[in-house]
Design a protein around this ligand. Structure first.
Ligand SMILES: [Zn+2]
Length: 66
């Protein structure tokens, strides 16, 4: 994902796990990493993808909000 203002590749600023319809999803929040940009450290986009398999060692701690 690119920043819409400066077209620099955005970085993932946050990742959270979401459970919906008994499926586990991971949601990424992207923010701009260009300090000169007015989008710096702001969330500029979100992406969700289904988690196919959970590796035993790195079980996510599921947030209680959902
Ligand atoms: Zn930017």
């Amino acid at each position: 994902m690119l920043c819409p203002l400066c077209s620099i590749e955005a970085r993932i600023s946050k990742s959270t796990y979401v459970i919906r319809d008994n499926k586990l999803y991971i949601r990424f929040e992207y923010s701009c990493r260009n300090k000169e940009c007015s989008n710096y450290d702001k969330v500029i986009g979100e992406e969700e993808s289904e988690v196919e398999a959970i590796v035993e060692e790195s079980k996510p701690s599921v947030p209680s909000e959902e």
